[in-house]
Design a protein around this ligand. Sequence first.
Ligand code: XLS
Ligand code: NI
Ligand code: NI
Length: 438
Amino acid sequence: MSDLFKDIKKIEFAGLNSDNPLSYRYYQPHKVIHGKTMAEHLRIAVCWWHTFCWNGFDIFGEGTFDHPWLKQNDPMHAAEMKVDAMFEFLTKMDLKYFTFHDRDIAPEGNSLKESNANVQKIADKIAAKMQTSGKELLWGTANLFSNKRYMAGAATNPNPEVFAYAVAQVKNAIDVTQKLHGHNYVFWGGREGYDSLLNTDLKHEADQFAKFLSLAVEYKHKIGFKGTFLIEPKPCEPTKHQYDYDTATVFAFLQKYNLEKEFKVNIEGNHATLSGHSYPHEVAYALANNMFGSIDANQGDAQLGWDTDQFPMQLGDVTQVIYMILRAGGFTTGGFNFDTKLRRQSIDLVDYFYAHISGVDTLARCLINAVDLIEKGKLAHAVQDRYAGWQGTLGKEILGGKQTAESLAQHVLENNVNPKPVSAHQELWEMALNNGIK
Ligand code: XLS
Ligand code: NI
Ligand code: NI
């Protein structure tokens, strides 16, 4: 193994009394809780882009990080070093999964042919590392937004040649994801959206987008890729209006084009709040519509209206999210991916560890909380009791199609039906959730 993080030892569980910041207080990967190990429940991934590609630049200033893999002159050499960094980091953090865009793992060449060859070459190195380490690819994806050819979108670009280029790039990214046995393949809509309605044909762009996704689906079936296709909703940024605004929008779009059986969603905490919803809302909506796939585990900043991709700290929201996922049977191919980045003043290598340890412990702590809420049945009655009426004759007849508007009117009039309002006890259930956060 490389020794890029040579001063840092493997992160071990040390419990709540530990005062060593380089230890887990909650996360015990092999500990069985609610039928599975913590690692199996959470399926935690580290992302390539924020962790090993971003150098700390923002629109006001240059990169602030000075890490070895960012200082190489030869981009292929840098790419190889990033592979070493990722695998060493995963091993030291005792985490199993990673995620990447094609352009994160290898530099763009002078032609698509060259770019594809770069990606394939680094993928071979990744495959070899996976063999010896047992690490796995949670999902792969294509970067269809950084290069200026995509400034007006990829699939939704007014120019069909850009569309074709994007399809060709995605084809290669799916190939690589399949080669590395990726559990999922993600479509985040990069610049699929608009900046001005004055120069945008909304209907045309929607048809293009659907065509693009259909071509990917056809290809997936042709090559027998077994992973799940995931769409990652986001309401804005980089464009003023992103087409995959939120889970409800994505679901409606997919249904319109008969694609809803082919995709699930990858919900990102920060995107959920940017869309004016809550993080639990997006998860609940996806679960209710059989669309739930995976999570980008991050959060925003309450004052900043953009995608700050901070490490998750909100115990209430995360507990509620894990509670819902567990009640629905847990992840299948998905997991919690840290689509998270350091603040640009966190310039030491050890900051990667502090940040991820904190994020992992948030997930583990909320898993423990959620399991406790479920096993003690603390929230069980919150929903059950409110809808109990639907288990009675009237409720069953209504939903079973045995009643009409006329028969219901007759029923109400003849029986003098006069329902009394009942309390929803919201504060009682909020108290139960809060008291469950330990
Ligand atoms: C950007 C997205 C992106 C996706 C992968 O906001 O979160 O990082 O997760 O393309
Ligand atoms: Ni994301
Ligand atoms: Ni994001």
